[in-house]
Design a protein around this ligand. Sequence first.
Ligand code: OOG
Ligand code: NI
Length: 438
Amino acid sequence: MSDFVHPDEIRSRFSAALSAMYRAEVPQYGELLALVAEVNAGVLKADPAAADRLAASGELARLSEERHGAIRVGTADELATIARAFAVMGMAPVSYYNLAPAGVPVHSTAFRPVDPAALARNPFRVFCSLLRLELIEDEALRAEAAAALARRDIFTPGARALVETAETVGGLDEAQADRFVSELLETFRWHAQATVSAPTYERLVAAHRLIADVVSFKGPHINHLTPRTLDIDAAQAAMPERGITPKETIEGPPDRACAILLRQTSFKALQEAIAFPDADGTTQGVHTARFGEIEQRGCALTPVGRALYDAALANKDFSALPDDWAALRRDGLAWFRYRATPQGLAARAETADLEALTALGHVVAEPITYEDFLPVSAAGIFQSNLGAEVREAYAVDQAKADFEKALGRSVLDEMALYQAEQEASIAATLKALGLTET
Ligand code: OOG
Ligand code: NI
């Protein structure tokens, strides 16, 4: 092979650099990191068995570096180019999320590694939303927003050139990788200088706060970064002691013995001073967009399990969703990674039946961590940071094809990824036991 830096390594460097930049820009995020580190250390100390399980599944090693972020872009070209930049770091778009039904005029995907080994090295994810200008009703304002977006380039020439280099020659060397990280970081940086006038900004805010956030600045500043906690209830309870005011409720499933999907909470967005480019250059304003968030990740659910979850969330009754790993597995509600135990490897297998092998202790099944997002939770996070005003839901429609056209490729199906991982683990387990799949 060549002297290319591995995409996983570039992703790790970028994630670390972004975290350092956000800590400098939003000091409360640093507080949140310290709090989460403390909570996680406490959980691991209090529950050595849980620590062992996390270590065995490879989750422990990645935990302290694990985070996701979010940006909101304004045009198809911005989305397609950011997709190419993420590809340099081994990140692909997974899933389509339509936020319009929740009254938020964007649709989104999550860029993340998809290969289990890459996820184990560093699962850094970026939730990336594309503004849907067509949902601005006021025609003049829509045109003004489009013009503001058309005037900007959110990428440095250096970042664009290095994306091309990586695509052309197949990777980046040491010096190029470091330059790529620092050039791409510019796209995520906060700019206190607005690019639109104060009256335009106000009209954009009136149309939707999120539209103002996307359209009014030079770039799609990172709007939050989210570390992963092992006990979100403890972290939520401890936030006020650190001078952090959390949102009122934790999004997602309730606290359960068998953690599923994703639970999230955040602190309210900061009020940041901004300046408008008016004649005398002195008009000041404030912008609220950037916040901090924490999440606790549980097991990925199958389509059947997910449907039960969605129904449970809607009627606030989770009794139909068993809180028991064996039941979740037997009923095909959650995804699992199988492996042969030392006992299984030593024994002479008398059956190829996975359920029987599991009952005998020859095989263990570990829950596969949910690596994606929850649109309903995402909408809750969006709403909590857009002020109290409740918007009428935009009409639901089939916008996925438009999104993929803007992206320049199709998004991957998260369920297919989990299923492939489960199936590969079953095949490897049976092979290790000298059995072939029936
Ligand atoms: C993204 C909100 C979605 C999450 O964790 O669900 C998200 C945004 O506010 O731009 O990050
Ligand atoms: Ni988030």
